[in-house]
Design a protein around this ligand. Structure first.
Ligand code: IFM
Length: 457
């Protein structure tokens, strides 16, 4: 019998991102990001939804902080909108934009909630996309580091947990790739696969330069992390040969070997580079040293995995397709794979050789078809099922000695789910977008109980 008890210092949190919840897109001199432009372009998002109002969190942040406090949430991961701080992406700092985050963070601290700030969650300044194609240019890394300095030198007295960039794969490989479904801002299709890989290489450079900038600008010692949604490879059975196959396959699945791997080890996977051939990005001398900064923590955004088995023929492993009736949540890619938590953590420790790197699950959650009952309740037992099993898998990792330190549910609120607009709800709190009322779902009460008992209930 296990009680799924977590260590006493385990950090229970919730996560959001600026463009998905803030709204107020022109307030206090904020200028457009690529997501403002993209979502305002007909046909780009479902129902033409945009983040112009979203959850109106910009004006309602006090209520949202109170909501977290009421649920016992002690850690909050949010992102800072680059174009509130530097409306044109570079140049003069907009102090009014900084003030919004100062107010938010002070409110969090008053409620005993620790702020964890992500500097970039996909909302690149439109001005930089117009000026030089943003992530297509190396210039973006330098501008991102300057933005990091602007933020950390102003807010580093009250924020000590920093995350540089969220999910490089999404805004680079989906943002600039051909025929991506769903589409992703900026939605600019580049000519060659090599050029797509170049955008993620520039994002890695931005991460490395921002790590240096954060440490130089912070007035106090702080924690610096990268957040990534690499895809864990799960062995079909936990036998030595299938585990070895899953470890080998890890490096070449999607962008694993070209994003998390260089960030954590200082080298792209050689197996991946062999596969890419002339599509590999151009890597200048010294780049990998910049990219491979020491990290205080790693943020693992954990949603789905891929199953792998060992085979006799080269390359010795096989990725397995999901069968038609495999359980899935309310997104085309959201397969129910709770073992991804355990295996994701184990791959960071073992496959990438980082046994001492503290890990946080910085996002985990699911969209389900929530229904508001006549009694004004949302009884999302499907979401509870999902979260409970992923958390049990997290518990297994801790039991086996892997350094998992905290967990942030995605998301605190239903919000603007990018190209899916408001159609997909990931929140543990329901948002009535017409009235902006928040209503804790059954999953929010369940999560509060997990926090209260410090275990999976
Ligand atoms: O909503 C997104 C978030 O912005 C990044 N990670 C995945 C979530 C669900 O799709």
């Amino acid at each position: 019998m296990t009680s799924y008890q977590f260590p006493s210092d385990f950090a229970w949190g919730a996560a959001t991102a600026a463009y998905q919840i803030e709204g107020a897109v022109t307030e206090a001199d904020r200028k457009p990001s690529v997501w403002d432009t993209f979502s305002a372009t007909p046909g780009r998002t479902l129902n033409g939804d945009t983040g112009a109002i979203a959850c109106d969190h910009y004006h309602r942040y006090k209520d949202d902080v109170q909501l977290m406090a009421d649920l016992g949430i002690r850690h909050y991961r949010f992102s800072i909108a680059w174009t509130r701080i530097l409306p044109d992406g570079r140049g003069t700092v907009n102090e009014a934009g900084v003030d919004f985050y100062r107010r938010l963070v002070d409110c969090l601290l008053e409620h005993g909630i620790t702020p964890h700030a992500t500097l970039f969650h996909w909302d690149s300044p439109q001005a930089l996309e117009d000026l030089y194609g943003s992530w297509r240019s190396r210039e973006m890394a330098k501008d991102f580091a300057d933005y990091a300095t602007a933020v950390v030198s102003r807010l580093g007295d009250r924020i000590t947990h920093w995350m540089t960039i969220n999910e490089i794969h999404c805004f680079t490989h989906i943002g600039y790739g051909v025929n991506q479904v769903p589409p992703h801002a900026p939605g600019t299709v580049v000519n060659r696969l090599k050029d797509v890989w170049q955008t993620s290489h520039h994002a890695l450079l931005a991460h490395g330069m921002a790590c240096q900038a954060i440490r130089a600008a912070s007035p106090v010692p702080c924690s610096v992390a990268l957040v990534d949604n690499f895809v864990p490879t799960v062995p079909i059975a936990e036998s030595p040969q299938h585990i070895a196959a899953a470890q080998q396959a890890f490096h070449v699945h999607t962008t694993n070997g070209g994003i998390i791997e260089p960030a954590l080890t200082g080298a792209y996977s050689t197996a991946l580079l062999d596969q890419l051939g002339e599509d590999a990005p151009e890597i200048q001398e010294g780049d990998l040293k910049i990219i491979h900064q020491p990290l205080d923590a790693f943020g693992f955004n954990n949603y789905f995995a891929v199953y792998v088995r060992a085979i006799d023929q080269a390359p010795g492993y096989q990725f397995l397709e999901f069968p038609i009736s495999y359980p899935k949540l309310h997104m085309p890619w959201l397969f129910f794979t709770p073992d991804s938590t355990y295996w994701g953590i184990r791959h960071i420790s073992e496959t990438l050789g980082q046994p001492d790197l503290p890990i946080y699950i910085t996002e985990n959650g699911c969209a389900v078809e929530d229904v508001l009952t006549a009694n004004n309740e949302v009884i999302d037992t499907d979401r509870i099922l999902f979260l409970r099993h992923y958390l049990r898998s997290a518990h297994r990792a801790i039991q086996e000695g892997y350094p998992l330190k905290g967990y942030f549910v995605w998301s605190l609120l239903d919000n603007f789910e990018w190209a899916w607009g408001y159609d997909r709800r990931f929140g543990i709190n329901y948002v009535d977008y017409a009235t902006q009322q928040r209503l804790p779902k059954a999953s929010a009460h369940w999560y509060a109980e997990c926090i209260r008992q410090n275990r999976v209930v």
